[in-house]
Ligand binder design. Structure first.
Ligand code: PRT
Ligand code: ZN
Length: 291
C-alpha cells in the first residue's frame, strides 16, 4: 500500500489522433469517465475517476507502458506485438479491427508461403513478418519502410508487401492481391507488468465498466408478444441473462416476453420467433450490461 498523500491515479496512454483516437475517447466516455480540459493537450485528468489520460503516437504507447511511464495503454495488437514490449494484454476492445496480410501483384500467382522464397517484401512490420517467414521456413528479404508500403511493388522496390488491410481497397487500387493473413488485430487495453495493489484495484473497477459497455454494445433488449402456449418454445431460443421475463397482457391468453439477445444472433432467430407466433417484436439498444 502507498503511504504518501499523493492521490493514486491510473495513467492511461491513448492515441492522440488517428484511427483509434475517437473510439478510445468514446469508450472512456461510455464508462462514465469525463476528461477535464478537453482532449487536445498532452494529458487530461478525469473529474470523476482516478485516471489521467496521456495522448501519444500509437507506436510509442507499448514502450511507455513497458517502461512504467504509463500504467495502461490502448493500441492495436499489430503495434503491440511488433514492438515486442513487455506488456500484458488485459482486454480486447472490439474496435480498430484490421489484419496484417501479405499481398502480391495481381498476376504474380501464389499457392503457399513457399512462393515467397527469395522475394523482396516491403513492410512496416519487420518483426511480425520475420516471425511468419521463419515459422514457414521461407527465406525472403524484408524491406522495412515506414509509410505508403502499398506503392513499393509499383516502383520496383519490392516484389510483395506485408501491410494492414481493412476494406482491401488500398491493395486493390494499387494492383495488389491479398494472399495470406499473418495477424488479426484489434485495439486492446494493455498494462505494465506488476501493477501495485492499489492500481490493480482501480484497473478492476475500470475493467468492470469496460466489460459492461462492450457487452451492452454486442447485445440488444428484445420485447415481443406471444400466445401463452408458445412461451416455453420461444423461451428456449431466447435465453436472456437467466431466462426471459414474462408479463401477462391485457388480452387473455397472451403475454409479453422481455429478454436480451446477441446482436449477431438476432437475425438468425427472428424467423423462428415469428414462426412460433411472436408478434410486435421490438428491439432496443442497451446502455450498460453487467453480467
Ligand atoms: O500518428 P500515429 O502514429 O499515432 O498513427 P498511425 O498513422 O501510425 O496509425 P493510424 O491512426 O493510421 O492507425 C492506428 C491503428 O488503427 C493501427 O495501428 C491499426 O491497429 C488500426 N487500423 C485499423 C488500421 C487500419 N484499420 C487500416 N486500414 N491502421 C491502418 N490502416 C491503413 C493501412 O495501413 C493501409 O494503408 O489503411 C490502409 C488500408 O485500408 P483499406 O481499408 O484500404 O484496406
Ligand atoms: Zn503510428
Amino acid at each position: 500500500m502507498q503511504t504518501t498523500n499523493q492521490p493514486i491515479v491510473l495513467r492511461l496512454a491513448i492515441q492522440k489522433s488517428g484511427r483509434l483516437f475517437e473510439s478510445s475517447v468514446q469508450l472512456l466516455r461510455r464508462c462514465g469517465i469525463d476528461l477535464q480540459n478537453g482532449t487536445g493537450k498532452l494529458k487530461a485528468a478525469a473529474s470523476n475517476f482516478p485516471i489521467e489520460v496521456y495522448f501519444l503516437r500509437d507506436d510509442d504507447i507499448p514502450g511507455y507502458v513497458a517502461d512504467g511511464v504509463a500504467d495502461l495503454g490502448i493500441a492495436g495488437e499489430n503495434v503491440i506485438y511488433e514492438s515486442g514490449a513487455a506488456v500484458e494484454v488485459v482486454e480486447k476492445l472490439g474496435f480498430g479491427r484490421c489484419r496484417l496480410s501479405i499481398a502480391l501483384p495481381r498476376d504474380a500467382g501464389y499457392s503457399s508461403p513457399a512462393d515467397l522464397q527469395g522475394r523482396r517484401i516491403a513492410t512496416s512490420y519487420p518483426r511480425l513478418l520475420g516471425d511468419f517467414l521463419r515459422q514457414n521456413g521461407v527465406q525472403a528479404s524484408i524491406h522495412p519502410i515506414s509509410g505508403s508500403v502499398e506503392i513499393a511493388p509499383g516502383i520496383g522496390l519490392a516484389d510483395a508487401v506485408c501491410d494492414l488491410v481493412s476494406s482491401g481497397s488500398t491493395l486493390f487500387t494499387n494492383g495488389l492481391c491479398e494472399v495470406t493473413t499473418i495477424l488479426h488485430s484489434e485495439a486492446v487495453l494493455i498494462s505494465r507488468p506488476e501493477l501495485d495493489a492499489d492500481r490493480l484495484a482501480l484497473l478492476d473497477k475500470l475493467l468492470l465498466r469496460i466489460r459492461a459497455v462492450n457487452a451492452a454494445r454486442r447485445h440488444k433488449y428484445i420485447l415481443l408478444n406471444a400466445p401463452n402456449d408458445r412461451i416455453e418454445d420461444i423461451a428456449a431460443i431466447l435465453p436472456g441473462m437467466k431466462s426471459p421475463t414474462v408479463l401477462p397482457l391485457a388480452t387473455p391468453g397472451w403475454s409479453s416476453l422481455h429478454s436480451v439477445v446477441e446482436e449477431d444472433r438476432f437475425w438468425e432467430i427472428i424467423e423462428d420467433l415469428k414462426a412460433l407466433g411472436a408478434q410486435g417484436i421490438l428491439v432496443a439498444p442497451i446502455e450498460k450490461m453487467i453480467v
